[in-house]
Write a protein that binds this ligand. Sequence first.
Ligand SMILES: [Fe+2]
Length: 388
Amino acid sequence: VVENHTANLYNFPMRKFEFTFPTRIIFSRGAFDRVGEIISPLGHSFLLVTGRNSAKKLGLVDRLRKLLEGKKIVHFNGITPNPKVEEVERGVELARREGVDAVIALGGGSVMDASKFVAALVPSGGRPWEYVTGEKKFSTSLPLVAIPTVPASGSEADPFAVLSNPEIKEKRGLFSPAFWPRIAVWDPLLTHTLPSSVLRDGVVDIISHALEGYISGDEATLQNGFTEVIVKTVMKSWERVSRGDKESMDDLCWASTLAISPFLSAGRGGHFVLHGIEHALSGIYDHISHGSGLAALLIPYLKIVAEKRPRRVSSLTKALFDVYHWNTGLGEFEKWMKEWGLHKTLKELGARDLKAVEGKAWETSHRRLESVDLSRDDLRRILEAAYD
Ligand SMILES: [Fe+2]
């Protein structure tokens, strides 16, 4: 039965919420050149956290040193994709030894997430995983400046960070008010040289962030509208960027910040269900990037969750493709992902042990899955559908 999706459109009660958005965001092409004036007031010595190569190769590290001339910059380039406990611990040790005043994260989501842990652990003490498991809670942090180079995670202006623990093959997210960056310097020009594989991962990550609360939370009129506009804008921007229009990177960059912000999530609750499954996947298979894991899981997840929440998913396909029937609409969505190079399967990603992923995802995220009435059997069906 196709429900009339406009029937209750303006009549949803909102949950109560508290809204904080403490990050100062400086957004413009060329913002990176203003880093000296923006960051200088935070102190005299800084821990600069980057990935292994790319920030240095692009000359960003040298540029930053020039822009912060006269300040002490301690460079820590030890962060890998799916950042690990041990990398964070090395960053903390270095920051303590050098007595830095603040932390600068220059890179993508992995670098920013690891930097959040480093900045909070320096004054808080303890070991990273004690906070992930909830044994300890951060109450403070060194000031953190985020300079994103990839539109994807939204980590530059949110209170979340994800960490991997290879010893137990687990990857988990943590929310902490101490994780809000003090400042985000968003310069879309830094994203213009990204390889297209990284951009593809980013696009799927942004769309997934926007959809998590939309699918799993309560109805909320304004937030639904924001979400639909963001997903549509990301899709159109990605089409334009794929055709070579670099200026559309501006919209992708800002969408990545908004997609995970409280502007979308406040007042409706909801959980990061799809992310829970993906974290289990890339926790076991370290070579699988977060974005490509999501790309394999997104449509299968939406198809199974649509059986439980048909109106939610139908509203989405109506907004995106003007098709108010989720089955046909998700077919369109899948076709779009294939056409624009975003579609992936678990098989091509080399994730063969679906049982292991199912076990880990259920162990770490069954509460999230159950919040949208997904059983362990449904989880298995999602993984099987994502396989090929
Ligand atoms: Fe994500």
